[in-house]
Design a protein around this ligand. Sequence first.
Ligand code: MLT
Length: 244
Amino acid sequence: MKLNVYATPDSVQDKDLKDRNVVVIDVLRATSTILAALINGCKEVIPAIEIEEVINMSKNYEKDSYLLCGERNIDAIDGFHLSNSPLEYTADRVSDKTLLFTTTNGTRAIRKVVDAREVIMCSLTNVDVVAEHLAREKNDTAFVCAGTDGQFSMDDVVTAGAVISRLRDLADNLELGDLAVVAEVMYKNNNGNLHSLLANSTHYKRLMDKGLKDDIDYCLTLNAAPVVGIFKDGIIRTLDKVQE
Ligand code: MLT
């Protein structure tokens, strides 16, 4: 099983995705938020690139069946129901709703990898179930990190490392590309101390400056949202629903 890690969506080419499983990671905060919504019972999440796209899509839904969700440059979007804070995605707000969701980097990364064999949402909050799913699938896998504004983001790469480290116990014959090796070493050397590792990273500092420490604490909690989210036909749903 070949495992490759790509530091940003722009560093992946279509040929790197063909016939592979793709794990998309935006720990701070888009994939953490999507997984919080899925575990709290939302019907589905539809990732969009532009704010206008979300507004246009909403015209196809019954009032009260959907929520407008997301952020621009970390801040809530005027007129939207929810921001990109995973803590807002409680069961009482999201249960059975369609979430029309746009973020600055995360939803772009998800939409970029549509041609993969299967696209899996990943964050520190679901590393174990992602590793178990990949071990069952036994396919070559590309980890695509959302990064921040086109730049490498340490939090995403260390999360790929967490999944790879768990896969060691679950699958044989892992073949790691160079960045996958770095990711695994980074995770193993900092397991249990992720806050210290990430405290100097750009996006962590930006979120702290905005007073979002509780979001960071949640996003760095291993397995807080143990659910597999699959992006298929433009929609993110739980694996159980996709297989129904
Ligand atoms: C993004 O997609 O750019 C991020 O999730 C930004 C954020 O922390 O809201």
